[in-house]
Design a protein around this ligand. Structure first.
Ligand SMILES: Cc1cc2nc3c(=O)[nH]c(=O)nc-3n(C[C@H](O)[C@H](O)[C@H](O)COP(=O)(O)OP(=O)(O)OC[C@H]3O[C@@H](n4cnc5c(N)ncnc54)[C@H](O)[C@@H]3O)c2cc1C
Length: 410
């Protein structure tokens, strides 16, 4: 599952327990100026309400629940709302109508420049394609970046995520704590890590809506589940852990949560084995400044964002939007357009990375006194909307706030 905005980058995250909430009241379908109307409608029909963001202790005591109106002050505009969307559904919707443009199954190897300044992309199968502009959108292991900006290789982010999904069936809904069955929650623990949970409850008919919008059979995106992600420091993960072994992953999480409430441990133990995974996150070491050219980069390829922020995909979408707009300008000034795109990319990419690292630090902070202080503050926030607003609302500083170029038309 992904949290997503239709237009711009955004967040599932926040600092010191500031985490954005999601739309608990589904916005009325409205025209999205960035997606063709049928696909926007399908996006709404296939995405789930995010719900509030809350904080609990490892003994299941509720600390604070932050309402969407505070964490998402822009949510009156549906395209600025916060949605939980199945990654497969979003991908299919974004690809819809581009079937004759997007080609699969070709592994990029390297690029070279031609005498007249164009770029040739070479593929592992021997294929070559000559282009005006090469965009490396090939993720954290980007070969385009390795060739273009060899010093910008991502580095370990000092955080490991141990994830899994609990299917929300009639049986599990009977005992999974009701508070966890909606929205997103963080279990704040003084021990070796924290737990993030997010409930995915797709609207009825999501699968059929996706099939109708894309004209092909849809995957099973209509099965609700609870995502769990235990976040810990690498030192708590055995170096020889077999990350393909669900039993080993389950045992590790169980050991790291030994003093937790039995129901929380039951939740963690009940993850579908096939859904279990471990990720040692990486992060961009900084986004360098370079001269624009006919090669550029997008998304994790240039600003790897640790998943602690829930921002990487949103930031890649914002990049794509910005680049598309820049390229719609004067075709004679291609390199100028790329330069304008890269200036904005550095600004919002660096902000997303900084935010994700701040969330990482809070989730790994631990310590009895620090945790007590955080909990005391959350309890105060629970009693005062003013304090909740001061603590959890980003206002004009929000990463999700539309940038000037986003507001300046489509
Ligand atoms: C557990 C987890 C949870 C996350 N949750 C969220 C969330 O809630 N919200 C959010 O916004 N982000 C989230 N993210 C981050 C998000 O998944 C990434 O930031 C996002 O996918 C980056 O998009 P991208 O297009 O830059 O790269 P990718 O999605 O990695 O896409 C790169 C593509 O390039 C292809 N490729 C790679 N090398 C080559 C090659 N040599 N030749 C051809 N093709 C190639 C790959 O196959 C892939 O299809 C999460 C990440 C993780 C790990």
């Amino acid at each position: 599952m992904w949290t997503s905005r239709c237009t711009s980058a955004t967040a599932t995250r926040r600092r010191a327990g500031r985490a954005t909430a999601s739309t608990s009241t589904r916005p009325a379908p409205a025209r999205c100026t960035r997606l063709p109307a049928p696909l926007w409608e399908a996006f709404l029909a296939t995405s789930a309400p995010g719900g509030p963001i809350g904080f609990l202790t490892e003994r299941l005591d509720e600390l604070v629940e932050v309402e969407e109106a505070i964490a998402y002050p822009h949510a009156s505009d549906p395209s600025e709302g916060h949605y939980a969307v199945d990654r497969r559904a979003l991908r299919r919707l974004l690809l819809a109508g581009l079937e004759d443009v997007v080609h699969f199954g070709a592994e990029f190897a390297a690029y070279e420049h031609t005498a007249d300044g164009r770029v040739v992309a070479r593929f592992v199968d021997g294929g070559r394609v000559e282009v005006d502009l090469l965009v490396g959108a090939d993720g954290v292991g980007s070969r385009v970046r390795r060739q273009y900006l060899p010093d910008a290789e991502p580095v370990p982010a000092g955080v490991v995520g141990l994830a899994g999904k609990v299917p929300l069936t009639a049986e599990t809904r009977g005992w999974v704590p009701a508070v966890l069955q909606q929205g997103m929650h963080v279990v704040v623990d003084p021990g070796p890590g924290s737990l993030f949970t997010a409930a995915y409850r797709p609207p009825p008919g999501a699968r059929a809506a996706l099939a109708a919008a894309t004209g092909r059979a849809a995957p099973a995106i209509d099965l609700p589940y609870l995502l769990t992600a235990f976040v810990t420091a690498p030192r708590h993960v055995p170096p020889d852990l077999d990350t393909d072994d669900p039993d080993a992953l389950a045992a590790l999480v169980d050991g790291l949560t030994a003093g937790w409430h039995p129901t929380l441990r039951r939740v963690l133990a009940s993850c579908d084995p096939d859904s279990r995974g471990a990720s040692a996150f990486v992060v961009a070491p900084g986004i360098p400044v370079w001269e624009p050219s006919r090669v550029t980069l997008l998304g994790d390829a240039v600003h790897a964002v640790p998943a602690t922020g829930g921002l990487g995909g949103n930031t890649a979408l914002r990049d794509a939007r910005r680049l598309t707009r820049a390229l719609a300008g004067d075709p004679a000034d291609l390199v100028g357009a790329v330069g304008a795109y890269e200036t904005d990319l550095r600004e919002h990419g660096a902000a997303a990375v900084a935010d994700a690292l701040a969330v990482r630090d809070q989730m790994l902070a631990g310590g009895v006194w620090r945790t007590r202080a955080a909990r005391a503050w959350f309890r105060l926030c629970a009693r005062s909307a003013t304090l909740r607003r001061a603590t959890f609302a980003d206002g004009d500083r929000a990463l999700s706030r539309p940038r000037a170029w986003e507001l300046a038309g489509t």
